[in-house]
Design a protein around this ligand. Sequence first.
Ligand SMILES: Cc1cc2nc3c(=O)[nH]c(=O)nc-3n(C[C@H](O)[C@H](O)[C@H](O)COP(=O)(O)OP(=O)(O)OC[C@H]3O[C@@H](n4cnc5c(N)ncnc54)[C@H](O)[C@@H]3O)c2cc1C
Length: 433
Amino acid sequence: MTNGAMNTQNTQCCIVGGGPAGMMLGFLLARAGVRVVVLEKHADFLRDFRGDTVHPSTLELMYELGLLDKFLKLPHRKVDRLSLQIGEQHVRMIDLTHLPTHCKYIALMPQWDFLNFLADHGRRYKQFDLRMRAEATNLIEEGGRIVGLRANTPDGELVIRADLVVGCDGRHSTVREKAGLRSEDYGAPMDVLWFRITRRNSDDAEVFGHIEAGMMLVMLDRGDYWQCAYVIPKGGIERVKASGIEAFRNRVVELSPFLADRIGELKSFDDVKLLSVTVDRLRQWWRPGLICIGDAAHAMSPIGGVGINIAVQDAVAAANRLAAPLNAGRVTDDDLQAIQQRRTFPARLTQQIQLTMQNRIISPALQATRQPKPPVLFRLFDAFPLLRRALPLRRRFAAAWSLSRANDRMRLRRAAARFGAPRVRRALLAASG
Ligand SMILES: Cc1cc2nc3c(=O)[nH]c(=O)nc-3n(C[C@H](O)[C@H](O)[C@H](O)COP(=O)(O)OP(=O)(O)OC[C@H]3O[C@@H](n4cnc5c(N)ncnc54)[C@H](O)[C@@H]3O)c2cc1C
């Protein structure tokens, strides 16, 4: 209910940020009968820096919500295997065809379609109030507890009082900064130059990345164009610009020769956006009356294209834990701590894998002067493809990975029982709350 003169609004939950974490949490809470306001500072979801990789875990969630058939009607491409070219060798990085999920593939779907889908389904509930062009600017604190926030909207300042504020506002989160939550920065040796080039049906669809000495290019198939991510050493943009656009075009063509006939589409560096990569994690994700999830709690590297999916899983864990207390008007610190405890293990494990890949593969390749070779494990996989299937650890990982999707305690417990290693079993049991 909005009071025109004071421009204030009361709600049970105020979510800051209309990305994957915020939109999924808003939808799930509204579906559970909670009055929820979602604030998104932009006017729409149409920004191309968002990733497009909807993983089997998120697709399985859509299935569990009864939305999968409708969701898959949106334009998308299915990718069940991905290869990387390292030097002269092609290595198969990912094979999802054996996952124990309904969709054994990644759906490459523009993220704005995914977010609009959640917005449309959220609007079916009267409790769901999505405010576009509403930017949270500050928190309201009373007696050591966060009780609401202030936001700039086209109609002036809006004051929202809420039983709970959830920061889903990404890796440059205003909420976490204003709440004084402190993070550990794990460092990222690279930045990404982001641009588009026309795609033709005759282009090789499976190879998605190419690493050579001193350079790396990842290409996402977006139907009629390739979304390209050219990886450079952190802070190296000025050096790239100093060499000029022609030198940059040549390097791209060196990595993907089939782009030679259309590389002229890059007219200048105005067609190339710099995206800075961060990997960090909050020490504590919450304060009384407030919690952060998604990138606001743990900024993910683009490696593996997994950040959207981890953010969605955070939202599911938060909704599962919070719906009942929010409906009863009694969210406790224990509820917030339980969410952090539940989600720390998947976030930490994923970031650890990303950091290992950054430090073992990407960073050495960016500094290399000689043609790089794939790490021994990938070469072994390539020489003996069955090894990939037979490796028990891989199967166990696949199971745990997909089972963490819906944060179903029973499933996590079952996965824990399947694990032999006591430390992993203990971690899974802790994560299952
Ligand atoms: C270069 C790059 C490429 C990536 N590619 C992929 C990929 O292909 N696949 C993948 O899964 N992950 C990818 N990631 C990671 C992924 O983008 C994030 O992990 C994921 O988007 C996190 O979702 P989120 O909802 O937590 O935050 P975000 O997606 O960042 O959403 C935050 C939202 O909050 C809004 N917002 C911010 N501040 C405010 C405010 N004060 N008030 C109101 N709204 C606000 C923003 O406009 C935004 O809509 C990539 C990351 C980078 C850096």
